[in-house]
Design a protein. Structure first.
Length: 511
């Protein structure tokens, strides 16, 4: 979408006069902010030279980059409070950042703003084996929580593919899931309490370690708010016992619609697997040379169905799932016979994103959610879009809850390919909405999907979202211009994409 004012169209004379002035003003502002932050932070915790701030110019969505004015790396909660109070007084916007593994541009900096990184708030405060909880700071890695709980026979259930690197603060911001979210839930189902700091510098605790808390459920509002409502400084998470055993079924299908229907049939049979993932043929052929998981490369789709629990429970559930898969038209079924084989089956799904680099210079990972019964039909729709945009797409997704992760493959060195990939991605999201789904499942909106919000939500709904943000952040200094589109943005986007409530692509499936 074109900016409302294109700087290239402005008179050259005005540009030559205003650019140096703007440059000088920015440097003066930067010096003022740096001086204020250095008064409350160690020198090592305030970065402002380009070579130091360059690593913070983007998150996992590297296509959208911007150097920040300053990066602040607090090491204590009091320092977070001080940073927020300074930026509130100086009216400086703040972009919170965890490990930078996000995939929607939610942590992309602002040129006139401060990036507040929680990376150094990385202490595990305590693990309570009796209460089955852990209290951690936001910079603690997702996987580190399970590692700390392992001696007690416990672990933290949400397991996004980036769990080795992503942090719990970012998980809270994006309401992250993972391959086991079908049975054990998303971040929102596994967090009991969040301690956060408002833009004004006030400390607020949301939720509690009790089963319930009085008043409005502000914890549920905060989780998934993408850093727009406050800065997390401490999180209390649930821990659950490690299952006695786990096994996984790898089922092959000669047709993606059959594979999609099998997912719906498993849930309809009253079975809630620990994990239920699907990969199309492009994905299987992409990852097999990389991980050698033993995937059926002739299959149009592969399902991975995991059962965990006691030995007896797993044996019974594996039998029930196998029967449903056979009735649904599976052409081949293999069941893991050891934990090593189970991990091998999962290795391909867990490494799908890095494996994309073996067959394509670049990839664009989308994230939408649809009703399970439409999985097969939406995959057919994506296949039609591949022809339309002359780009390949590998599909890997959390099939059990309908969360799609299409990987659009392109070459950024080829003129126009990234732009086509963006349009391809936007069309996938519109198709998700058209079949009764939503534009995101766990990656968030950020800047990547902000235009697509105009497709899913009405102006009145977006106004309600803004009202919630205003209640927490009346100055709109926390991660501004992310996640919620303005009326002006939706009006501009609507001119090109939405006409009288009718979506594009009438020729694609609308099941």
């Amino acid at each position: 979408m074109k900016p409302l004012l294109d700087p290239a169209q402005a008179p050259t004379q005005i540009q030559s006069q205003s650019q140096p002035q703007m440059h000088a003003q920015r440097h003066a502002r930067q010096r003022k902010v740096v001086a204020a932050l250095r008064a409350v932070l160690p020198l090592r915790s305030v970065l402002f030279n380009e070579e130091d701030t360059r690593p913070y110019e983007c998150d996992g969505l590297s296509a959208y980059r911007q150097l920040p004015m300053v990066v602040a790396l607090p090491e204590t909660e009091n320092q977070v409070v001080a940073i927020l109070q300074i930026c509130f007084a100086l009216k400086i916007p703040i972009v919170p950042r965890g490990a930078g593994t996000g995939l929607s541009g939610g942590a992309r900096p602002l040129a006139d703003g401060v990036v507040l990184s929680t990376a150094r708030l990385n202490r595990i405060v305590r693990v309570d084996a009796y209460a089955r909880t852990a209290v951690v700071q936001p910079g603690v890695r997702n996987l580190a929580i399970s590692e700390a709980a392992a001696p007690h026979g416990l672990y933290y259930a949400p397991d996004p593919s980036s769990q080795i690197a992503c942090t719990i603060g970012g998980n809270v911001a994006e309401n992250s899931g993972g391959v086991h979210c079908l049975k054990y839930g998303l971040t929102i189902h596994n967090v009991l309490r969040v301690r956060m700091i408002t833009m004004e510098g006030d400390i607020v605790e949301l939720g509690s370690e009790a089963l319930d808390a009085p008043g409005l459920d502000l914890l549920a509002v905060f989780i998934g708010s993408e850093g727009m409502l406050g800065i997390v400084t401490e999180v209390t998470v649930k821990l659950i016992p490690k299952p006695q055993t786990a096994r996984v079924i790898m089922a092959s299908f000669d047709d993606v619609v059959k594979g999609g229907n099998a997912v719906a049939n498993i849930i309809a049979a009253g079975i809630i697997p620990a994990g239920l993932e699907m990969m199309d043929q492009t994905s299987s052929r992409m990852v097999e040379p990389f991980v050698k998981a033993g995937y059926d490369l002739d299959a149009a789709a592969i399902l991975l169905c995991e059962s965990d629990g006691t030995i007896e429970e797993v044996e019974e559930e594996i039998g029930r799932m196998s029967a449903v898969l056979q009735q649904s038209g599976a052409s081949a079924i293999a069941v893991s016979q050891s934990d090593a084989e189970r991990m091998k089956f999962w290795s391909g799904r867990k490494n799908a994103f890095p494996a994309a680099g073996r067959i394509s210079p670049d990839y664009y990972c989308m994230d939408g959610t649809i009703p399970r019964k439409h999985l097969g039909q939406v995959l057919l729709g994506i296949t039609a879009m591949e022809k339309k945009y002359s780009l390949r797409c590998a599909n890997v997704f959390h099939a059990g809850d309908g969360n799609l992760h299409p990987l659009i493959l392109f070459d950024a060195n080829q003129p126009g390919e990234f732009e086509r990939a963006e349009l391809f991605g936007a069309d996938i999201l519109e198709l998700c909405v058209a079949v009764g789904g939503t534009i995101t499942g766990e990656h968030g909106v950020g800047i990547e999907k902000i235009n697509s919000m105009c497709v899913q939500f009405s102006r009145q709904e977006c106004d309600a979202f803004f009202a919630v943000k205003k209640a927490f952040d009346n100055t709109s200094l926390l991660n501004p211009d992310k996640a919620i589109p303005t009326l002006q943005r939706c009006a501009e986007y609507g001119k090109m994409h939405v006409h009288q409530g009718q979506l594009k692509f009438a020729d694609l499936p609308r099941f």
